[in-house]
Design a protein around this ligand. Structure first.
Ligand SMILES: [Zn+2]
Length: 120
């Protein structure tokens, strides 16, 4: 088995490179998420990112409605079928306070949840 290494080392190198790329990608994704979430709580007054602290969150509206959506169905011959969904949408008004300059502001955020309704 003289050239066993000829086969294994490139393979190891390949896996190693793949691992490094994966690790770098994960780190970048993590930092992007941190950066992005800090941007959500950026103070409009002094511009400090990530300074906003949630003081209170009030529900200002909610609505429930049903809608038809096309869903993939892998178990049947027709790839898509219509499915009725019940959507619950809640609108919140969040009050945030800047921990740096004390400025307060509000933002509205929408949250929706959908649930499959049984069909005949
Ligand atoms: Zn501020």
């Amino acid at each position: 088995m003289d050239n066993w290494g000829d086969f294994v080392y490139p393979l190891l190198l390949g896996f190693g490179l793949f691992g490094v790329v994966l690790a770098i990608g994960t780190v970048f994704a993590y930092f992007f998420l941190v950066w992005w979430s800090k941007d959500l709580t950026k103070c409009p007054e002094c511009g400090k990112r990530g300074a906003g602290e949630l003081v209170e969150s009030t529900e200002i509206g909610s609505r429930v409605y049903t809608e038809w959506r096309n869903v993939r169905d892998w178990s049947s011959f027709t790839p898509t079928r219509r499915q009725l969904f019940q959507v619950t949408e809640e609108t919140h008004r969040d009050r945030l306070k800047c921990e740096s300059c004390g400025h307060q502001w509000t933002r509205t955020a929408k949250q929706s949840q959908s649930e499959k309704l049984p069909t005949k």
